[in-house]
Design a protein around this ligand. Structure first.
Ligand SMILES: N[C@@H](CCC(=O)N[C@@H](CS)C(=O)NCC(=O)O)C(=O)O
Length: 245
């Protein structure tokens, strides 16, 4: 069988989703960890040749390179192994779980009195300095700089932050409701939607949001997801502090 490599980062939520899908499919793979924090390896030319947006994860199977987590897990679903396709709701769960603003959940607690987040401001400075040195990456870096500015503006806007918190809570409520009558998010069998939900709930747990699903069907569901061998094998992170992310 073709060798599978996942370029990823330990605590990245998208990487954990992809690792869960690989483990649930029972596929063996090699991890090449990309340091997206300290050395910013995602911007190295060799990595951007694989993933032009300079993000993790990236899946490589022989000469085939797949980027974007939703595309990655759909590609994995086509491989031999258990059927993770779920029911007709599966694809929309992937989209909705991916659409949450996980950065807001993290940085809303790291704001100065004036609403600035020092790490995000420093990130903006880093990206601007990198753009001056890396004309080869101009397009990606311009997009990132714009995204960083939008994120800084959002963090300065309490109503905007609240909108994203409300969206998170709404998704948690919807997940809990759908689990009242069925064991998995997209029906009677474990699917890609559960890989995404597990990584998302793990992240919400680190953010201390457990009270949002206490005594609901989601609580029992997450306990069951944690019992699956994939949870350990994929190294899903739900302990430690936000500082460890
Ligand atoms: N749409 C992309 C998003 C991937 C993404 O944002 N990855 C984050 C980690 S979860 C990343 O690589 N961040 C590096 C950076 O911001 O420079 C996907 O689904 O793969």
């Amino acid at each position: 069988m073709t060798d599978i490599t996942l370029y990823d980062h330990k605590s990245s939520i998208c990487s954990q989703m992809a690792r869960l899908a690989l483990c649930e499919k029972g596929l063996s793979f090699t991890r090449r960890q990309i340091d997206i924090m300290d050395t910013n390896e995602q911007f190295e030319p060799w990595y951007m040749a694989l993933n032009p947006k300079a993000v993790v994860p990236t899946l490589q199977m022989g000469n085939e390179v797949v980027t974007d987590t939703i595309r990655i897990v759909h590609r994995l679903q086509q491989m031999d192994g258990p059927d993770l396709s779920g029911d007709a709701t599966m694809a929309s769960w992937l989209k909705d779980i991916m659409a949450l603003h996980y950065g807001v959940l993290m940085y809303r607690k790291r704001l100065e009195a004036d609403g600035t987040a020092p790490q995000i401001v420093a990130r903006g400075t880093f990206l601007t300095e990198l753009a001056a040195k890396r004309p080869d990456a101009a397009e990606t870096l311009a997009t990132r700089i714009e995204g960083n500015k939008r994120f800084q503006d959002l963090l300065r806007d309490p109503e905007g932050v609240q909108t994203h918190l409300d969206a998170t809570r709404d998704l948690i409520d919807r997940m809990a409701s759908s689990l009242v009558d069925q064991p998995y998010l997209a029906g009677d069998t474990h699917s890609l939607a559960d890989c995404f939900a597990t990584a998302a709930i793990a992240r919400f747990t680190i953010h201390g949001l457990q009270g949002w699903w206490a005594d609901t069907a989601l609580e029992d569901y997450y306990a069951r997801m944690k019992q699956r061998p994939s949870f350990q094998a994929a190294q899903v992170v739900d302990t430690g502090t936000e500082r460890d992310l």
